[in-house]
Design a protein around this ligand. Sequence first.
Ligand SMILES: *Cc1c(COP(=O)(O)O)cnc(C)c1O
Length: 421
Amino acid sequence: MNSHLLPTYARVDLAFEGGEGPWLFGTDGERYLDFTAGVAVNGLGHAHPHLVAALNAQAQKVWHVSNLFRIPEAERLAARLCAATFGDLVFFCNSGAEATECCIKLARRYQHACGRPERYRIITFEGAFHGRTLATLAAGGQKKYLEGFGPVVEGFDQVPFADLGAVKKAIGPQTAAILIEPIQGEGGVRVAPTPFLRGLRELCDEHGLLLVFDEVQTGVGRTGSFFAYQRCGVAPDVMAIAKAIGGGFPLGACVATGEAGKGMTAGAHGSTFGGNPLAMAAGNAVLDIVLAPGFLDKVRRSAILFRQRLAEIKDRHPGVVAEVRGEGLLLGLVASCPNGELVEAMRAEKLLAVAAGDNVVRLLPPLIIEEPDIADAIDRIDRAAGRIERAQLQKRPPNPALASSLPLPQAGECKERVGGG
Ligand SMILES: *Cc1c(COP(=O)(O)O)cnc(C)c1O
């Protein structure tokens, strides 16, 4: 591939010229079942008629005016988000990293406004992912992303995931907030236990800290509730949203209680594009669908069905799938083989999935997925697992006990493959 794009991604040699619902149409003439959903962004699938109409209608009116002026569509979306969550105040931006960055600034500024400017440190968790700006990288604390980018932004204390004792120990006189994903997405679909989140809430209340949830991946219906915190009944003070809220249009938001947001006065923060009319049209259209009566019930039903069927896959292919985990339609297969091999085998079956940390393959179907497409996906995953098992057999040295029943390769061929890893 000869490209002028900065090579920061190891891209798959696949491109698409259209899509409909959970399907993507490749320039190679193939149809792909899209269980990446643009990494949890296309919650309503591709070319959803309501989103297409809303964006087209807004495109005829006004695209962008900047935040020098009132934006009625933004006021409406903020009001709807607050009515449906713990929030009182919303700041709109254009991505997940910016949303989390705003949460970080807001938390520090809150303590400042409370007369505790020495409190600026934020406790975060191993395996976290909060974005690629310098501050959100520091919050995520992953060495592979920080290397070579100069001094790491100061003020983050990282502790093991779901370890309440470690959190208690890390709280000091400079601590401002605790930042956590209720389910780590990039980190490998690791679900924070509810008692742990409840423990964080209590610690925050006891010590005057803000509890910040990064719901960039878990939000907007992905886990079967509007936001993941609503499933576990532990409300944060501040929340980062992005990915699915724009249905594919770049949109992020920081949602806060009135108390938590009290430091963010005029001039404290800003964004040129944030909350522009096009993005707001997309966001409002997404909420029309996701908050419609019955929509999230349907997501939960689809999720239960998909998960049951994945459990069958695990039982049938233990050499490929070790565990199924996650919540709602944020599901991960812990692979018994290298996760990249499983993603590739699925792609060979025209099913698109995303790798994650912890050797996990993430399955993120659009929320509008219907039963026949779930069944179709299961067949593809079953065949992909079969592909890997056949390859595993070929790699294994000849076993005389199996020789009569299985077509094994020649000994020489085998040795080569084992040696080649
Ligand atoms: C994707 C993601 C981000 C970063 O979002 P961008 O839009 O890529 O900046 C932050 N936090 C979580 C939990 C995410 O999944």
